[in-house]
Each structure stands twice: as structure tokens, then as C-alpha cells.
Design a protein around this ligand. Structure first.
Ligand SMILES: NC(=O)c1ccc[n+]([C@@H]2O[C@H](COP(=O)([O-])OP(=O)(O)OC[C@H]3O[C@@H](n4cnc5c(N)ncnc54)[C@H](OP(=O)(O)O)[C@@H]3O)[C@@H](O)[C@H]2O)c1
Length: 337
């Protein structure tokens, strides 16, 4: 199952809005096939794993390890449960059952057909791997990662709103990798105004996918010459004023009440499973007040500003600390894992 999870992880940034799934076929303690869900719309892990088995006559005496309950519905591809029923492996071991009611039910059908089924192996690891998917299914909103950099004395910007390069070059490149892994990147209007970010993943070459760029500008006060409005990549500006479509640029009007909840609902409707929110502090404060966050990735740089715009007090539980040269990276989660 460890191998199935490893394979599943290769779908990060590609499988969404589907879950990441890996599958391993074992015959007499030897791996004879493996696969993962490489791309949304493409074959599922079980299909790729079964296809990779050279001698399919071994399947009825094999164990199939799959990191998510085989799907039981027609989505973009046929149900994987049907495929397994066709090849009838001796045993199927599942990491996580599928909490999406549309896809669930595979486990029972396999059992009913006389296949030995076991579920829950490395369940916690699988829940962590697919935390974006499970959040959408269970909380009905995208998974929210808050990312910021702060000085050793706790500031995110100077009082004049200048903040560039608090974190070091390794941290900044890592952020481009993270952008590649999530479906959308969001900033508040002041961050767009003062930092003029491109919100691209240009420093993480190799990933073909650029996430959706998102900005909040309720009164539409931002200058249209900012990078975010350059139409180089799909971008959305959420506001209170107008709905408008231009190539690669959407202006989406939302109700003032519960604005952020509506924004997340709209993103979910666009197939966004996860959003990396890159500030600034006022936006974070709103999100903390509403409990709308799941994970924090916080860089702490060694230098001090003495005064300025304060970073939020880190909330939740510390998951791990990493060292990136002279920066410390803290991962925090809302719930202990
Ligand atoms: N060090 C870092 O990691 C980092 C990261 C990002 C930014 N920064 C710095 O932070 C500074 C800007 O941060 P900031 O805190 O002033 O602004 P900000 O968080 O970028 O902007 C505030 C955002 O919150 C929105 N907002 C406020 N109340 C809201 C509500 N009730 N409902 C919905 N949306 C609401 C605002 O919308 P409206 O515009 O519609 O009011 C705005 O989009 C800049 O100096 C930037 O350089 C530092």
C-alpha cells in the first residue's frame, strides 16, 4: 500500500478534481503490475495497473492494493469495480473508502462477488494525501492553504507596504512548486496593488499546468495594468460590481454577505479542489475569523523589520519544521494528524 500511495502522489497537480489514486498488483509477494491516475479524464489507477500486468492469467490469484475504493460509477471512464469484477483478483486491499456518494459502493460489490476485501490499510496516510479531495467532498469547499513569509520579529511587510524578498530564493522557488500543485492561487487587493505578483509557477519548469489566478477586489479599484489582468493566464477577479468576460479574464460579481463563502463556492463550481492563498494579512484575518482554512505554510526569515504590518498569530497545530538555508518553514494544520 505504501507503493500504491507513492504512485498516487505522482498525480499531484494533474488528477484534480479527481482524487490521486495508485494501484499495485501483487502475485506471490511479487509486484506484477502497477499504475496511477495520471491525468484528470484519463484512465484510473486500476485500469493502468491491470493493463501493465503482462500475464493476466495471474490476476485471479493476485492481490490488488488500491489507495482509494474502486469507483462504482460512470464518470469520464467506466467503473473500476466492473474491471476488477471482470478479472476477479483473489483479494482487494483498499486504503480509503470513497466518501463521495456518487463513486462509493465498489467495496460492497466486490465483496458480494466473493472477492476478499480489506479496507483501512494506511488510512491516515491516504487521508493526508487526498486531503484536498476529501475536503471538497466532506466540507463542500476547496482545501485552503495559507502561505506567507514573515520576519523573525513577526512582520509581513513594512509600514509603507513594501515587503518584497522577506523569504530567500529557495523558499520562493518552493512556492512556485506549490503553485503547480494547487488548482488556484488567491491574493487580496492590497497584495495585488503593492506587490503586483504574476502568480505563475514560472520557476518550477516541467509542470504544464498553470493554476487559476484569483484576486478579490470588491469595489474594482485595482489598476488594469497589473500583471494579474494581463490575460496571459486564466484569472478571476471577484467583486461586488459586475460580471464580465474577456479572454482569460473573468470578473465575477458576488453578494456582499458571506462574500468569501460565495467565492469558495464559485471556485468549487469551477472544479477548483484547492486554493493556495498568498496573503495579505487582512485577508488572512478574515479567513481565520470565519474558520476558512486548512493548512498554513509559513516561512520565517532571520532578519527583523522592527515595525510594520504584523503577520497573523499562527494557529492550529505544528505539523513539522523544515530548514531552507537561513529560512525556517513551519507547516501547521487545523486539525492534528
Ligand atoms: N510577507 C508575505 O508573505 C506577504 C504576502 C502577501 C502580502 N504581503 C504584504 O501585505 C500587504 C498587503 O496586505 P493587506 O493586509 O493590507 O491587504 P490584503 O490582505 O492583500 O487585502 C485585503 C483583502 O481582504 C479583502 N477583505 C477585507 N475584508 C473582507 C471581507 N469582510 N470580506 C471579503 N473580503 C474582505 C479585501 O477586499 P477589498 O479589496 O474588496 O476590500 C482585500 O482584497 C502588502 O504590503 C504586501 O506586500 C506580504
Amino acid at each position: 500500500m505504501q507503493r500504491a500511495l507513492e504512485l498516487a502522489r505522482l498525480g499531484l497537480g494533474y488528477a484534480s478534481p479527481n482524487p490521486m489514486v495508485g494501484c499495485v498488483v501483487v502475485h506471490q509477494e511479487r509486484i506484477i503490475g502497477e499504475g496511477w491516475h495520471r491525468q484528470y479524464g484519463g484512465p484510473h489507477a486500476e485500469v493502468n495497473a491491470v493493463e501493465s500486468v503482462a500475464d493476466k492469467s495471474l490476476l485471479p490469484q493476485s492481490t490488488v492494493y488500491v489507495s482509494l475504493e474502486p469507483c462504482n460509477h460512470w464518470g469520464k471512464t467506466p467503473p473500476c469495480t466492473d474491471l476488477l469484477l471482470q478479472h476477479k483478483p483473489k483479494r482487494v486491499v483498499i486504503c480509503n473508502t470513497d466518501s463521495n456518494p456518487r463513486a462509493a459502493g465498489g467495496l460492497q460489490r466486490l465483496q458480494a462477488a466473493g472477492i476478499e476485501v480489506e479496507a483501512g490499510l494506511l488510512e491516515k496516510d491516504g487521508r493526508w494525501l487526498n486531503r484536498r479531495f476529501f475536503t471538497v467532498v466532506e466540507k463542500k469547499r476547496p482545501y485552503i492553504i495559507l502561505k506567507w513569509a514573515q520576519t523573525a520579529d513577526g512582520f509581513m511587510a513594512r509600514s509603507d507596504y513594501s515587503s518584497k524578498w522577506i523569504s530567500n530564493a529557495y523558499a520562493r522557488q518552493l512556492v512556485h512548486k506549490w503553485r503547480s500543485e494547487e488548482d488556484a492561487i488567491l491574493v487580496g487587493s492590497n497584495t495585488a496593488r503593492y506587490d503586483n505578483p504574476q502568480l505563475t509557477n514560472r520557476d518550477w519548469p516541467g509542470y504544464p499546468r498553470q493554476p487559476l489566478r484569483v484576486v478579490i477586489d470588491r469595489q474594482l479599484l485595482l489598476h488594469q495594468n497589473l500583471h494579474l489582468f494581463d490575460a496571459s493566464y486564466p484569472s478571476i477577479c471577484y467583486n461586488l460590481k459586475e460580471d464580465r468576460e474577456a479572454p482569460n479574464l473573468t470578473f465575477r460579481q458576488l453578494a456582499a454577505d458571506n462574500f468569501l463563502e460565495h467565492l469558495l463556492e464559485d471556485l468549487k463550481g469551477r472544479g477548483v479542489q484547492s486554493v493556495l492563498i498568498e496573503g495579505g494579512p487582512r485577508l488572512f484575518t478574515q479567513l481565520f475569523e470565519l474558520g476558512l482554512w486548512d493548512e498554513i505554510r509559513m516561512f520565517v526569515a532571520p532578519h527583523s523589520f522592527g515595525s510594520g504590518i504584523a503577520a497573523p498569530h499562527p494557529q492550529g497545530y505544528l505539523l513539522k519544521k523544515e530548514v531552507l538555508d537561513d529560512n525556517e518553514l513551519q507547516w501547521r494544520v487545523r486539525q492534528p494528524w
